[in-house]
Design a protein around this ligand. Structure first.
Ligand code: CO
Ligand code: CO
Ligand code: CO
Length: 349
């Protein structure tokens, strides 16, 4: 393989999937069991929670937020892949309420087999999103690898008193989601050549959109809990919020924004393995309305790349925040509410 136009980047990737700080569902057990004890009082958010990023206090006013994410190509256009990887990596800082400042590239690339211009386009796409986010690239590290992989380690800052975790949701809160789901099923459909160019552009644009504006809009409201929706799917990240906050989450399936043709493609078999793994891992903690079939249930657990923010906010502020997000052209929606309970999710029709 040598010329850039004949390359289908997604054909080179065996498996995708970002699982944020604790990895895909099938690695969870071993990763979660590794949580070294520490008595360092400056470690504000560490391995013992399922939060998006780690937070370490430098002084009374400043803590650093650190996160890393990388994956194999999920779209064929290298520039778009770079944009998506950067938007996804930075997102964990936004989810915590932080301001991203610096980044390091992580590159695995088949040096002998692929045109180096492809890597150049990936890096350029990432740079485009870093600039939009106001993040400075400090450097990176690359290795020769048959399967291309790209991502970034991102560092940001946050005031130690203003950290948004996924563990503060309160009964009575309303759940808001800021991007549509269905991304895993659609990117699997890209690999199988099932999407039109316009459909590829649509899902690419959703993934490449930074969560910057969503996070900054939320700064004007009380946000009790927040996380971004990525590899563990909407229900997976909601489950972490339910367990971390010791509440029950009620999700209204028909109010969840889903990208066009997702159900049809899922029915045709384009449900990725990661999505089914998510579902199997979660199913004992979730009750589904009888009217929701297996496909509906998989869609809600679909593994997302660079998804939106899922926030729990007081009911009195929810409609205002929603209107604010929608006025800025975000496909945000109220998708559920928080009730008394202990980690369970109830999915209503
Ligand atoms: Co992540
Ligand atoms: Co995350
Ligand atoms: Co190095």
């Amino acid at each position: 393989m040598s010329s850039t136009e004949s390359i289908k980047l997604t054909a080179l990737s065996s498996k995708g999937g970002c699982g944020c700080k604790i990895g895909p569902a099938d690695l969870r057990e071993v990763l979660q069991s590794f949580s070294p004890a520490t008595d360092n009082a400056n470690l504000l958010v560490g391995l013992d929670t399922s939060d998006d990023a780690g937070v370490y206090r430098i002084n009374d006013d400043t803590a650093i937020v650190q996160t890393v994410d990388f994956f194999t190509p999920i779209v064929d256009d290298p520039y778009s892949f770079g944009q998506i990887a950067a938007a996804n990596a930075i997102s964990d800082v936004y989810a915590m309420g932080g301001t991203p400042l610096t980044a390091l590239n992580i590159v695995a690339f088949p040096i002998a087999d692929l045109d180096k211009q492809i890597l150049g386009r990936i890096l350029a796409g990432a740079d485009n999103k870093l600039k939009e986010a106001g993040v400075t690239l400090l450097g990176g590290h690359s290795i020769d690898d048959q399967e291309p992989k790209f991502g970034l380690a991102v560092t940001g800052t946050i005031h130690p008193d203003k950290i948004r975790t996924n563990s503060g949701a309160k009964p009575g809160d309303v759940l808001i989601l800021t991007k549509p789901i269905g991304v895993g099923i659609l990117t699997t459909s890209i690999k199988r050549g099932l999407l039109t160019e316009t459909e590829v552009e649509r899902v690419t644009q959703v993934m490449a959109t930074l969560n910057k504006e969503a996070a900054e809009t939320m700064d004007d409201y009380q946000v009790h809990a927040c996380t971004d929706v990525t590899g563990f799917g909407l229900l997976g990240h909601a489950s972490e919020m339910a367990k971390g906050s010791h509440v029950e989450l009620q999700v209204f399936a028909h109010q969840v924004p889903v990208l066009p043709r997702v159900k049809e493609l899922a029915e045709a078999g384009a449900v990725p393995g990661g999505t089914k793994n998510n579902f199997n891992y979660l199913k004992d903690d979730i009750s589904f309305a009888e009217s929701l079939d297996q496909i509906d249930q998989w869609i809600l657990a679909d593994a997302v790349t660079s998804g939106g923010l899922l926030a729990a906010v007081p009911e009195a502020e929810a409609e205002c925040l929603l209107a604010d997000l929608q006025n800025k052209d975000m496909e945000a929606a109220i998708i559920g509410k928080v009730a008394d309970g202990n980690g369970h999710i109830v999915v209503e029709e």
